[in-house]
Design a protein around this ligand. Structure first.
Ligand code: GLC
Length: 542
């Protein structure tokens, strides 16, 4: 945070991700759409019952053959008819803005659909003017791929194109040829696309797969990952991605996107790179624009480690410090590419993580349904839709289970659609849904609403400094959020046992604001509070 400037809306904001296929169907085709989202805007902001989030990030709604559910675009300046029209999109922006809600578009910069007219032209001949918009190489003798680069979705990152015999690069499905960001015309085209959406009033972009936009100029083979365990790790991890991902030039792409949005007010850019802390800080440092922040996906890495306060404490302390007071960290518990957090940890621990997420310094992201405790849904093979599924026999990469219809009520199809939805609704929908949880003050929904209420009402919780604190027990992750005027404290008991902690900090007695156990009162005796298994508590101080 820049203390001498007024904070921007996106600094320490809460951004809610909508996966449009699954949010709300308005026209009875079993697929969510823009009118459906419009009909649900009060859920987010503008009414006393609203959650109180700042912005919606909407996964791609561009025309697409949907091999990767919208992440394969055939026209960057239109809306897929399944979702609506440009006019309906304009209405969505206007209705959201009326409620003080911002709209963030997903910008798919690394690749187009194979059916995009640019690629259709490019593949026609080696001399076609669009040829260099994509990345082409001759196969090696014997028809082998030009190098050992792998596609994230499985197999080689190169596919031979019969029309010229050359191979094109695709970091994802063969249906998603990579654009060549070293080509000036591609860069110019994206400036125009950015302008097109900003003129329509969008408030920012989530930039898809930016880490893959530029590759090594010499196309060197990636080194073998000596730690790779076949059958356990993702096939993509067989090599270390030294030459095909996160090249230094990626910063140039990020800067170009930020630069293109400079003439509009307060546009937020968040970019997708799966990198460790050191590389993340390099991205922060490399980007010269204040309106940009990279996603921090490192909690997904922590999720794979043993569940312990020490691991979370060490990571968050280090990350917050490295990011520093002038920049803003980001945190996510889930998105459309990862197992839902509740499926990983069960309800009690997920509540602790929710309390952590919404009380940390940073711009945080909530994946649709997290706020009601939706979980992954097992999808029978014949109902699977994810394009990645057809290529890989590795179930951990399949993403349908975290993309199932939003559970609005205990009505037919959870209130998502009047007809059978594109993916099955979770069996638990009669209990886990917005309507039922709204009426239950113990619910996950209530916890989110309460935490968002506190975060919106308190300067310290939203903008304050993050201060690591020492708890008595090493199982408790303890921190505070502080401005010169107020301080809030957070205790997270990572153990599944009862733990006693001091209620007096620097002579100030802490007062309980909210617990992940909700209304079941905490017991506190004089200066001691008893935290129950996996309990998270937010305190004010007098
Ligand atoms: C990003 C998206 C993912 C998509 C991929 C290719 O990682 O989050 O869903 O499959 O890019 O566009």
């Amino acid at each position: 945070m820049f203390w001498f400037q007024r904070p921007k809306w996106y600094e320490n904001a809460v951004i809610y991700q909508i996966y449009p296929w699954s949010f709300q169907d308005s026209n009875g085709d079993g697929i969510g759409d823009l009118e459906g989202i419009i009909s649900r805007l009060d859920y987010f902001r503008g009414s006393p019952h609203s959650l109180g989030v700042d912005a919606l990030w909407i996964s791609p709604v561009y025309p697409s053959p949907m091999k990767d559910f919208g992440y394969d675009v055939t026209d960057y300046c239109d809306i897929d008819p399944r979702f609506g029209t440009l006019e309906i999109f304009d209405k969505l922006v206007a209705e959201a803005h009326k409620r003080g809600l911002k709209i963030i578009m997903d910008l798919v910069v690394n690749h187009t659909s194979r059916e995009h007219p640019w690629f259709q032209e490019a593949r026609m001949s080696k001399t076609n003017p669009k040829r260099d918009w994509y990345v082409w190489k001759d196969p090696l003798p014997g028809g082998l791929p030009p190098n050992n680069w792998l596609a994230v979705s499985g197999g080689s990152a190169w596919t031979p194109d019969p029309s010229t015999g050359q191979c094109y690069l695709h970091h994802f499905l063969p249906h998603q040829p990579d654009l060549n960001w070293r080509n000036d015309e591609v860069r110019k085209e994206f400036k125009k696309i950015i302008d097109f959406w900003l003129k329509r009033g969008v408030d920012g972009f989530r930039v898809d797969a930016v880490a893959h936009t530029v590759e090594d100029k010499r196309f060197r083979d990636d080194p073998v990952n000596t730690h790779f365990v076949k059958g356990v790790d993702l096939p993509y991890d067989e090599y270390l991605h030294m030459y095909d991902e996160n090249q230094p030039e990626v910063i140039g792409v990020i800067n170009l996107i930020c630069e293109s949005s400079k003439k509009y007010r307060d546009i937020f850019i968040v970019t997708e790179s799966y990198v460790d802390l050191t590389q993340l800080i390099k991205i922060y440092d490399g980007c010269t624009y204040r309106n940009h922040t990279p996603f921090n996906f490192n909690l997904f890495e922590l999720f794979k480690k043993p569940w312990s306060a020490e691991i979370y404490r060490a990571f968050i302390n280090a990350f917050d410090k490295l990011v520093g007071p002038k920049r803003v960290p980001t945190y996510v518990l889930g998105n459309h590419d990862h197992r839902r957090v509740l499926t990983r940890f069960g309800e009690t621990r997920t509540r602790l993580l929710a309390l952590m997420l919404l009380t940390l310094r940073g711009t945080v992201f909530v994946y649709y349904g997290e706020e009601i405790g939706m979980k992954n849904v097992e999808i029978p093979k014949h109902k699977m839709k994810d394009g990645f599924a057809t290529l890989i026999e590795n179930p951990s990469i399949l993403r349908d289970p975290e993309r199932t219809p939003m559970q609005w009520s205990d009505d037919l199809n959870a209130g998502f659609s009047e007809v059978e939805p594109w993916l099955p609704v979770s069996e638990d929908y009669a209990k886990v849904n917005v309507k039922t949880e709204r009426a239950n003050p113990e619910s996950m929904f209530y916890l989110y609403k309460m935490l968002l209420y506190y975060r919106n009402a308190s300067e310290a919780l939203r903008y304050g400094e993050y201060v690591p604190r020492n708890a008595k027990s090493s199982d408790v992750f303890f921190y505070s959020r502080k401005t010169s005027k107020e301080e809030w404290f957070v205790m997270l008991n990572f153990s599944n046992e009862i733990v006693n902690e001091e209620l007096v900090v620097e002579g100030r007695k802490l007062q309980i604001a909210c617990s992940t156990y909700m209304n079941t009162p905490l017991s506190s005796k004089e200066n001691t509070v008893t935290l129950r298994p996996y309990e998270g508590v937010l305190f004010t101080s007098s």
